[in-house]
Design a protein around this ligand. Sequence first.
Ligand SMILES: C=C(OP(=O)(O)O)C(=O)O
Ligand SMILES: [Mg+2]
Length: 574
Amino acid sequence: MSEQLKGIAASDGIAIAKAYRLVEPDLSFNKQAVDDTENETKRLETAISKSNDELQIIRDKAKEALGEEEAQVFDAHMMILADPEFTGAVKQKIVDEKVNAEAALDEVSSQFVSMFEAMTDNKYMQERAADVRDVTKRIMSHLLGVELPNPALIDKEVIIVAKDLTPSDTAQLNKNFVKAFVTDLGGRTAHSAIMARSLEIPAIVGSENITTEATEDEMIIVDGINGDIILDPTDAEIAEYQEKAKAFAAQKAEWNKLKNEATVTADGKHYTIAANIGTPKDLTGVLDNGAEAIGLYRTEFLYMDSAELPSEDDQFQAYKTVLESMGDKPVVVRTMDIGGDKHLPYLPLPEEMNPFLGYRAIRISLDRQEIFRTQLRALLRASVHGKLQIMFPMIATLPEFRQAKAIFEEEKAKLVAEGTPVSDDIQTGIMIEIPAAAVLADQFAKEVDFFSIGTNDLIQYTMAADRGNEHVSYLYQPYNPSILRLVKNVIDAAHKEGKWTGMCGEAAGDSIMAPLLLGMGLDEYSMSATSVLRVRSLMKRLSTADMKVLADKAMTEMTTNDEVAEMVKKATNQ
Ligand SMILES: C=C(OP(=O)(O)O)C(=O)O
Ligand SMILES: [Mg+2]
């Protein structure tokens, strides 16, 4: 008998494959006194040598599948295994204190981790703490005889089952083998879900108990369109979902015909459908899906992909690549938005009770200005290679925008004085993702060139419901009239000052939200590249005038998210 589970549909598509549990095994142990320290030292040496062999294989595979840069992290791990200061200290402890290898390893490792973490003025050494932790886990697994999951070694088609995936876990997934993923935790707008959409890997998050229900190698069906999971499916169920997968592929082929068309509504109005990217690697998806601009380049991934703060030149190269690939199409580059669920191993942030309400994004940039200025200089230098627009994230107050803009102008003036060519036509705008800024949009509109509404955060802050927490996902309500009124306020405020407004939160690509946004007069819609053609196809059959009536009704007559959704579905035949 098959078993059915339900989660939050996070990335479209259907996959049928065996489960691969990316779940950390139990590495707990008891500290024990030993008499035969020689034998204990041998146990340790065997575990180290097995770890080394394993890392060598993982490194080779990672290089093959993901490239040299991604593989280099494993070199750092092998260096620790070969470091006599580390392994020697463990051996010494076994002999001196007559304890088992597990206890000696754990204690020495903790000392090294604390020592590295304390080196706050040496980012490189601080980052070694994470490597020591990883290597310790690997040696420990061999001492205890349990297997660690090694995603880099996956060489057959699988569906990843995990408690949660961080954005960097997701970046390492090899699309050739990973056919889908399902997690216990998470919401639709968590960054791993957003990345799954740009990688075109079907995904379901927030299933609550997939890791307790799915066993290794068990067959699973993942329906990322509806959020359905079937464990150990029957032959009939497999056949049914193979048909659904075919229908989905056919639908995509149909949408694909619109790739080179402009986005024009049934009543002849033109809108811009843009794409969101995280790295220059995502450009293929942007071009393949016929996006008319880049409405959000999340530059923090450049920082997350790097072992240290990326240099001005490295950043310049990335920005130039993106600008050149887009030609005369606009590219909105958002300055670094670290914090919340996005971390840099080399930039330790304070422990916070509420990281999403804490030290993040522009707050870090204005505080750590050397990081911000380097990024702005790289952007300014790249500006002559395309149509650059710069956007600041998490702006709450006008003084924050003014300070960011002033720093931008200072760096621009310095470059000009040095004789470096920069464009003199760079628009500067802000993300509207904090309710305070949405409410005061009329005041902001006098000073910025554009707004881009970040509904992923705007909804979580307005509803006080964590975007990544499946327990409160019922409160994550894009169509709640409160959200709609805030969005409308922002669009109207911009238009009054002759400015444009885009939306780069996931709601822009949502089939219920897009008709309402059309009705409110939103100018630019920026979404996962894989949503562009679906939304273009939808807009082609909608009339702006009809959608205006619909949006007004949603904001004035409706009281709940579900009422709005029902009304839009009916009115737009979805
Ligand atoms: C686009 C947004 O930014 P991010 O998802 O990166 O927080 C948003 O908050 O809507
Ligand atoms: Mg945001």
